[in-house]
Design a binder for this molecule. Structure first.
Ligand code: EPU
Length: 418
């Protein structure tokens, strides 16, 4: 078990470099197995989810070499094998082996994915897409067997613009016969990253980043070199840390367009921030205005930054509101923020109101999920005294070298083994 010990109140100054995006990297690694050659991906974050996925590629017969941020995957000796529940349940992104293995081998034996417990998180749209492409699905408890004689391109409408379903259908359709059109596709930057990667390997995908994606199936995918985009959620988290305790804190390797919804909110709140081409400089601001947040699919305000931003809202002058529209269970951080001195009321499963400003004081809290953990790290940095955050394995799944990155800019944060 690991925990963070944070002594709050220190000003953060200097530079934090944002790593490659977790939610891109965890799709690109399974996607690579559609190739029969060697693929290299740069800017891979050093997080535990990447380790788990790399081990699965090895289990399937691939050769994986990592050198700092570069990963090289040799995929010529792959074999299709069942993927155990022990692996599938370790992370959400294990579901990308469904689309990739179905596309390549027309057969997958796998279990329901894991990931943070932030809602029911069904995979019905993924399965609906695979069925529309011609797969027969047998389901026994958590186990899924997907089989097809062949996959045939088709027209699919997603009831919800799901990130995972869009990518998964794209993976399978890349090796289908003919053209697949995904309507109401998710538009997140990670989708564009995956489509670019597949195209670099020889796929024929257009429209990624819009709500209509067209995939013309191809027979063979070869080698390529690609790069993971900067992590917009990690960037946003550190930008918020700057608004809380920054002193000209510079966040670099950022694509500001990817976090525009956050930057506009921070400006609305009167935060002291300057936005440049690929970096942002931000300082603590007194007398911030409150804000109303509603989480939406991209380019709306991301659900993954809702919990981190709530910490900042506790310091604003007046009443803020948050409406969570993506997940049913993403307010588990509230109990802990309140125990640190916040005044947050959970109106119902989708709404909270935050009355500020309140002063946070360190105590022992628990990271119930990845972004709840990020919210509490931010709270610990701003709070008076010592904050202990338990269950931080969740946080380490998504934030590369978080202790080092924060310590380097002046935070007092330690990772303790207990
Ligand atoms: N949904 C369905 N049916 C489906 C798929 C999704 O009803 O078949 C619903 C979900 O229950 C949810 C909504 O659609 O209410 C959106 O889910 P989506 O499929 O877009 O999310 P995801 O693919 O499971 C990814 C990220 C999440 C991020 C969301 C939204 C990965 C591995 N995970 O999840 O990241 O919150 O997109 O942007 O890419 C995180 O990083 O902390 C995280 C949870």
């Amino acid at each position: 078990m690991k925990q963070f010990k944070i002594n709050g109140g220190n000003k953060l100054s200097g530079t934090i470099k944002v790593s490659g995006a977790k939610n891109s990297a965890v799709a690109l690694i399974p996607a690579s197995l559609l190739s029969d050659e060697v693929v290299a991906i740069d800017n891979i974050p050093n997080i535990s989810d990447v380790d788990v996925l790399s081990d699965t590629i090895k289990y399937l017969g691939g050769d994986v070499k990592r050198n700092k941020e570069l990963i090289q995957l040799s995929l010529s000796n792959l074999k299709n094998k069942p993927i155990s529940e022990e692996f599938s349940s370790k992370l959400r992104a294990s579901y990308y082996f469904m689309g990739a293995l179905l596309g390549k081998y027309k057969k997958v034996d796998i279990y329901f994915p894991g990931g943070c417990s932030i809602g029911a998180r069904p995979i019905n749209l993924h399965l609906k897409g695979f069925e529309a492409l011609g797969a027969k699905i047998t389901n026994d408890g958590n186990r899924y067997l997907l089989e097809a004689d062949e996959l045939i391109g088709t027209h699919i409408y997603l009831d919800v613009a799901s990130v995972g379903a869009t990518i998964n259908i794209m993976l399978a359709a890349t090796r289908a016969k003919g053209e697949t059109i995904i309507e109401n596709a998710a538009k997140e930057p990670e989708i564009v990253n995956v489509a670019t990667f597949l195209n670099n390997m020889g796929a024929n995908i257009t429209g990624a980043g819009t709500s209509e994606i067209r995939i013309k199936g191809v027979d063979y995918l070869g080698s390529c070199f690609s790069e993971v985009i900067p992590d917009r959620i990690e960037a946003g988290t550190y930008v918020i840390s700057g608004a809380l305790v920054g002193d000209n804190l510079k966040i670099e390797n950022v694509i500001p367009e990817h976090i525009e919804s956050l930057l506009f909110k921070l400006k609305e709140m009167d935060c002291d921030l300057k936005v440049y081409d690929d970096y942002i400089v931000i300082s603590k601001t007194d007398n911030m205005k409150p804000a109303d947040i509603k989480t939406l699919v991209f380019p709306g305000f991301p659900t993954d930054l809702q919990q981190p931003l709530t910490t900042l809202l506790t310091y604003c002058n007046g009443e803020s509101t948050v409406e969570e529209t993506i997940y049913e269970n993403r307010f588990m951080n509230i109990e802990y923020l309140n125990s640190m001195g916040a005044n947050i009321e959970k109106v119902d499963d989708k709404h909270i109101t935050i009355k500020g400003p309140t002063k946070l004081v360190g105590c022992k809290v628990k990271a119930t999920d990845l972004r709840a953990g990020a919210c509490l790290v931010l709270a610990g940095l701003a709070a008076e005294g010592e904050t202990i955050i338990t269950d931080i394995e969740h946080v380490l799944r998504g934030y590369e070298n978080i202790t080092q990155k924060l310590s380097d800019v002046g935070a007092k944060i330690e990772l303790e083994e207990i």
